[in-house]
Each structure stands twice: as structure tokens, then as C-alpha cells.
Design a protein around this ligand. Structure first.
Ligand code: SF4
Length: 478
């Protein structure tokens, strides 16, 4: 686990996925490895890279962190100037090696590899149609559906085959496709998930987040537009728009929690957005206190903003153990119970006798918040005022982020006072929608905030209805 994630896997959003692609660089595999390494926070379950020299596709994929999956010898085997890579936290499709991305296939028109971040909402429906027509699937991943659609297309070139296949997809996804002589990057029509374009030594690079460009030394060029398909080949870049036009609906939770604070997405620096949310929170929910303490790590920037706006000193009153790692991804109750204590320790000398404002990014089930408040009180705080840098999480995400069932979400079943009492805080406040968007600096209508508001920008239809999707998530966890 990385330092941008919160500490309790049981009581938090799980990340989605991260992608990285390179076109025309002699060090394509090495760059992709680094690009994935920088985006490890977006998925820790598996990692994979596919490279091509224009003829053969070389693949290495495995379960675990990027540094565990790829050793020097494996990177060396990945020859070719073009490549795509993926880090995964499974949000759709079962966990396991056969679902590790990227997928690569040989079909009538040559080789092709793909990976994606997000959810294709109508994947199940498309899959059933394809199976009726005789398609055989190797995995349960959404990505494979697209590969079959491409393979079945009658269009004469890859660009058109891909555009025709993409036009049938609905959902929230950023995709990378690697052909023998092309790299393609696609964002869904609402641009819910991020995808950015950069340049390095004359080569083109694509990534989920700009922090990946910083590590490889690439220059950020621009965000891929919602609904845009960029085709990169030896002639340069071409943009196509295979989807029906739609309003931009970027995932606002990227700013609150998912993205690394050193990334800039849709022209908004993630750190600054978080800091300003804290500032807004202090104006909206002031309290007399002696210290502002963040729940590390994503609570740090909003706590700093809260401290500045309120004039209350900021202190690192909770110290995080960064080396706990993946132990807590193991779904064993006996291990879970140690979670908070192993990962966080209160600095008693700072906290004793103080009135504390505790700042965290969200409350999911509420169990972690309760344990932390308890811990801070046990360390001698006379009062604990909990401030949350997002609105209450009342709904599940169906767009690639693994959230618990709606009825497991604390804010779905309790009002503010019931939540405060259950958590044991002296006061509890969430930032308002208005405050959050003032901090982001962009209009609300350009964002998805369905997990807070219930306003889903992409209709969830048929067998992927919210009810069934919830069951799917629930069953997978058992
Ligand atoms: Fe992001 Fe929430 Fe929308 Fe999911 S529902 S895409 S987490 S804002």
C-alpha cells in the first residue's frame, strides 16, 4: 500500500486502476514500469505490461505490486518501442491472474492489446450478446468485451474497427489500446475517469495521472477530452470522437481522495484542491480548539487548509506506519481488528489535554472514524471535533470504484447526529457541495458526485442495475 491511501482497507474506498502507455521510445518497457510505479496508489492487486516491436507482442503480468511483479530480467524481455501497462484493483470481474491487464490477442488483423481504468456499464449485456454469437471469453474483465467487438467489426482499418466497437460502450472508462503500429487512448463520453497526454524525447506518453510524467521526465501536453479517442502513430496524433457528445462529468472524488496530491487533473492541482477544501470547511464549520490534526495521508492537505483559515495550529498528532503494506488487503477478520492501531499511533505528548480538530477525507462505514476518535481521546484529548473534506458518502459508485453496499454506508442509514454519536466525536461536520466546488474552482455540473448526491450521470441499466451491481460486489467479497 502506498502513502496516499488511507489506512483501513475495510472502511474505505478501494482504488480503481492506473494506466500508462508509450509510443515510439527505445526504453518503452522501462518507462512503463516507472509510470506504473508512480501510479501504484491506483491499484495494488496486479500489474502488467505489453510491449510490441511492430510484429510480436511481449507480455508480463502478475499479482502484486509493480516492484514485485517486475524484476530486471522481466523488463529486459519486454522488447519493443511501443507499450502499455496497467495496475489494477479489481472493481469488475473476479480477482486473479486471468483478469490481470493488459490483455493481448491475435486476431484476423494482427495483434492487439488493451487495458482500462473504470467500468463498462453495459459490459454484461454486450458479453451475453457476444456469447450467443459464439465468442469465447478468457476472463471476466470488461476489457475483453471490447476486444471481441473490435475483432467482429467489419470496418477496414483498426481506427474504424475500434471507433465502431467503442460507440457501443457506455460507462466510465479510460482505455489504452496497443496495435502493431499504433497507440490509442480513449476517454468515455463524460470523461469520468482521467487520462493525460505527455511527451518525452519526441515520444508520446499517456497516463492516468500527471505524477507518472514527473517520474519519467515527460512534459504534460494536455488532458484527453471527454469522448475523445487519440490515435498515435508514426504520422503523429489524430483525434476522433466515436461517442455521442455528452456533458463532462469528471469524478470529483479524484480530487478528494484517489489521485496523488502532486497530480494535476483537468487543470486542477489535487493538493491545492484538498487544501482549499480544508479552508472552506473551516469557514463552514468553525470550532474553538487547540490543534488541527490530520488523519494521514489524504487528510493532511485539508487539515493544513483548515488550520490556516481558523488560525488553529496544525500538528501531526497521528503518526502513520508506512511499512504496514498489504497485510490488510487480506480479508481476515482477525487481522482487520489490528488495522488502525498498527497503521496509526497518536502522539500523546502533543494531544494530552488538548481540544482537537481531526480532519479526514471521508466516512464510509464509520468503523475507522470511531476507532480513531477513540484513540485520540485515549491519548488525552479533552474534545475531538471531526471534520470531513467531502460531503457524506451515501451511495455506491458504479463507475470503477469499489464501494460497499449502500446500506453499509454510515451516511446512508444515519443522520448527522446519529453518526456523531456512533463515532463518539464532540462535533461532526462535512464540507458542503458548494464549499467543495468552490475549492475545486470549477462548476459542479462538470463533475460526477453520485456517491454523495445519488445523481448518476451514466444510467445503470438492465443486469447492471444498482441492485445487482451491489450484489456482485458483495458476493465477490465473500
Ligand atoms: Fe467518482 Fe463518486 Fe462518481 Fe464514482 S460515484 S465516479 S467515486 S464521484
Amino acid at each position: 500500500m502506498n502513502s496516499w491511501q488511507n489506512f483501513d482497507e475495510d472502511d474505505h474506498f478501494h482504488d480503481e486502476c492506473g494506466v500508462f502507455g508509450v509510443f515510439n521510445h527505445p526504453e518503452a518497457a522501462n518507462l512503463t514500469y516507472l509510470g506504473l510505479y508512480a501510479q501504484q496508489h491506483r491499484g495494488q492487486e496486479s500489474a502488467g505490461i505489453v510491449c510490441t516491436d511492430g510484429h510480436t507482442f511481449n507480455t508480463h503480468r502478475g499479482m502484486g505490486l509493480v516492484a514485485d511483479v517486475f524484476k530486471k530480467s522481466e523488463i529486459k524481455e519486454l522488447s519493443g518501442k511501443h507499450s502499455i501497462g496497467h495496475v489494477r484493483y479489481s472493481t469488475s470481474g473476479e480477482s486473479g491472474l486471468r483478469n490481470c491487464q493488459p490483455f493481448s490477442f491475435e486476431y484476423a488483423h494482427g495483434g492487439i492489446a488493451m487495458c482500462h481504468n473504470g467500468n463498462i456499464v453495459n459490459a454484461r449485456e454486450l458479453r451475453q450478446q457476444l456469447e450467443k454469437m459464439g465468442s469465447i471469453f478468457q476472463s471476466t474483465s470488461d476489457t475483453e468485451v471490447l476486444i471481441h467487438l473490435v475483432a467482429r467489426s467489419r470496418a477496414t482499418n483498426m481506427k474504424e474497427r475500434l471507433a465502431a466497437a467503442l460507440s457501443r460502450l457506455t460507462g466510465a472508462f479510460s482505455l489504452l489500446v496497443l496495435g502493431e503500429t499504433r497507440l490509442v487512448g480513449v476517454r468515455d463520453r463524460h470523461g469520468i475517469r482521467p487520462l493525460v497526454l505527455g511527451q518525452l524525447d519526441g515520444a508520446w506518453v499517456l497516463a492516468s495521472e500527471t505524477c507518472a510524467f514527473d517520474l519519467v521526465g515527460a512534459t504534460y501536453v494536455r488532458d484527453i477530452e471527454p469522448g475523445e479517442m487519440v490515435v498515435i502513430d508514426e504520422n503523429g496524433i489524430e483525434s476522433l470522437y466515436p461517442f455521442k457528445p455528452a456533458k463532462a462529468k469528471f469524478c470529483v472524488f479524484e480530487y478528494v481522495y484517489f489521485a496523488r496530491p502532486d497530480s494535476t487533473l483537468e487543470s486542477v492541482n489535487v493538493y491545492q484542491a484538498r487544501y482549499k477544501i480544508g479552508y472552506e470547511l473551516a469557514k463552514e464549520a468553525p470550532v474553538d480548539a487547540d490543534l488541527v490534526i490530520p488523519v494521514p495521508d489524504s487528510g493532511v492537505p485539508p487539515a493544513m487548509g483548515y488550520a490556516e483559515a481558523s488560525g488553529i495550529p496544525f500538528q501531526m498528532g497521528l503518526i502513520r506506519n508506512h511499512y504496514v503494506g498489504r497485510t490488510f488487503i487480506e480479508p481476515r477478520q482477525s487481522i482487520r481488528n489490528f488495522g488502525v492501531k498498527l497503521k496509526l499511533n497518536p502522539n500523546r505528548e502533543l494531544i494530552r489535554g488538548k481540544r482537537v480538530v481531526l480532519v479526514d477525507d471521508s466516512i464510509v462505514r464509520g468503523t475507522t472514524s470511531r476507532k480513531i476518535v477513540e484513540m485520540v481521546k485515549a491519548a488525552g484529548a479533552t474534545e475531538v471535533h471531526l471534520r470531513i473534506s467531502s460531503p457524506p458518502t451515501k451511495h455506491s459508485c458504479f463507475y470503477g470504484v469499489d464501494t460497499p453496499d449502500g446500506d453499509e454506508l454510515m451516511a446512508n442509514k444515519m443522520d448527522l447526529e446519529e453518526m456523531r454519536l456512533t463515532i463518539g466525536a464532540d462535533s461532526l461536520a462535512f464540507v458542503s457541495f458548494e464549499g467543495m466546488y468552490r475549492a475545486v474552482g470549477k462548476p459542479r455540473e462538470l463533475h460526477c458526485d453520485a456517491c454523495f448526491s445519488g445523481n448518476y450521470p451514466v444510467p445503470i441499466e438492465g443486469p447492471r442495475s444498482p441492485q445487482l451491481s451491489l450484489l456482485r460486489i458483495h458476493n465477490r467479497k465473500e
